[in-house]
Design a protein around this ligand. Structure first.
Ligand code: FES
Length: 184
């Protein structure tokens, strides 16, 4: 399978959104599990909703540089850079934003509606040092990712661990093995 399936699953308490590079598998969050098979049709015991498929590119970087994301200078201050973090055959879309020599990263998913990307492709909206969800206007602090205004006020973006070393940004979050940049 070359194009991944993008799966978003929600229950009352949790949600998750991943790309799956496989013909079959399952995604779980809370008590809900969605099982799928591309050749055999979809099905499952899910109480969740909101599945969709989107085309993408397959393949993760190998070797010692598999956690390298981008040069620090390529991470914008007035927008965000998208990348995909991988573990096994699952990918999670991330966004990065720079403030001086520091970089913050979050899962590219709005707490209000997890299937909505904060950065839909050309970079997230940044206003007054806050990220703005293009869908309903929720605003998130660029340090801790907490929503200060909008329908998910008090919730926070899922923070992802990254570090800057010798002018390059690396993924350090233990939940993932590798990463790659995404195009618009
Ligand atoms: S989907 Fe982001 S504020 Fe509603």
């Amino acid at each position: 399978m070359t194009d991944p399936a993008r799966v978003t699953l929600e229950d009352d308490d949790e949600s998750t959104s991943v790309r799956v590079y496989d013909d079959e598998g399952d995604v779980s969050t809370g008590d809900a599990t969605f099982r799928f098979s591309v050749d055999g049709g979809t099905g499952g015991d899910s109480s969740g909703e909101g599945t969709d498929a989107a085309a993408g590119k397959s393949g993760a970087a190998d070797g010692a540089d598999s956690r390298r994301i981008a040069p620090l200078a390529d991470v914008p201050t007035d927008g965000t850079l998208r990348c995909e973090a991988r573990r096994d055959r699952r990918g999670t879309e991330l966004i990065l934003r720079r403030a001086g020599d520091e970089v913050s990263a979050w899962r590219n998913s709005c707490p209000h509606k997890p299937e909505v990307r904060i950065d839909p492709g050309p970079g997230a909206i940044v206003r007054d040092d806050q990220l703005v969800c293009h869908e309903h206007g929720a605003r998130f602090e660029c340090d801790d990712g907490v929503c200060t205004m909008g329908p998910c006020r008090g919730d926070a973006l899922d923070s992802i661990a990254v570090t800057v070393r010798d002018g390059t940004v690396y993924l350090t979050d233990d939940r993932f093995d590798s990463c790659r940049l995404l195009g618009e």
